[in-house]
Design a protein around this ligand. Structure first.
Ligand code: GLN
Length: 236
């Protein structure tokens, strides 16, 4: 069984390389019929409007939505998270097509532009618990989105207090957004909803494979044969 990686744009090669390190075959998906050959799908980071335009061009939306609705495991990282969300806000979202399915509202560029990208350690117990590796995960945020609210079926795996963000990223827009977040104190950066996993950051750009291992455990076909999946947790 192989894991599909949507390969329209963005960091799909990096995801395939991590899967290879874990002994799992990742294949590029560019056409609707290629989804028939994969058990699960990773949607990489990149640029979500470009990705949506290319998905439209390749007539991928119906097949992607069906894949999600069938309950197959899908993981969106960064632009992939935006693509999976039911609703996206933030600049330049007008008319942007989304796959949907993940019951949340995402702000496309919550953390600002390229120069406001940052890295931080996130404690994510569900993901780091199993292998005795470091107690947190080094998360890379690049022009990153954040989740502003979630529906009742969404499990929050990680959130960041806005006070911490201000020291990481001095984007004044974040203070404005504070008013629009429900709690007024935190934004969500990793969630799970049934077969869907989404992260606002880029695990494929670090040497720590624990997020990929976590996702692979959501894939029943692979779960049956996890013995050859090695979790190699190292710091960046
Ligand atoms: N904010 C970007 C977008 O709108 C996503 C950035 C990323 O994937 N690194 O698509």
């Amino acid at each position: 069984m192989v894991v599909g990686v949507l390969a329209l744009q963005g960091s799909f090669n990096e995801h395939i390389a991590v899967l290879k390190r874990l002994g799992v075959k990742g294949v590029e998906v560019r056409k609707p019929e290629q989804l028939l050959n994969v058990s699960s799908l990773i949607i990489p980071g990149g640029e979500s409007t470009t990705m949506a335009k290319l998905a439209e061009l390749h007539n991928l939306f119906p097949a992607l939505r069906e894949f999600v609705q069938m309950g197959k495991p899908v993981w969106g990282t960064c632009a992939g998270l935006i693509f999976l969300a039911n609703k996206a806000t933030g600049q330049k979202t007008g008319g942007q097509k989304l796959i949907g399915g993940l019951d949340c509202t995402v702000h496309r560029n919550f953390f600002g532009s390229q120069i406001q990208s940052f890295e931080t350690e996130l404690p994510i117990p569900q993901v780091v618990a199993e292998d005795g590796g470091p107690p947190s995960f080094r998360a890379v945020f690049i022009r990153a989105p954040a989740i502003l609210d979630v529906g009742p079926d969404v499990e929050v795996l990680s959130d960041i207090p806005l006070s911490a963000i201000e020291t990481l990223n001095s984007n004044p827009a974040i203070q404005k957004e504070e008013e629009s977040t429900e709690s007024g104190k935190k934004v969500i950066v990793a969630v799970k909803q049934g077969n869907l996993l989404a992260t606002a950051f880029h695990p494929e750009l670090t040497a720590d494979t624990r997020w990929h291992s976590y996702f692979l455990k959501m894939v029943p076909e692979i779960e049956g044969g996890t013995s050859d999946i090695v979790s190699t947790s190292t710091s960046n």
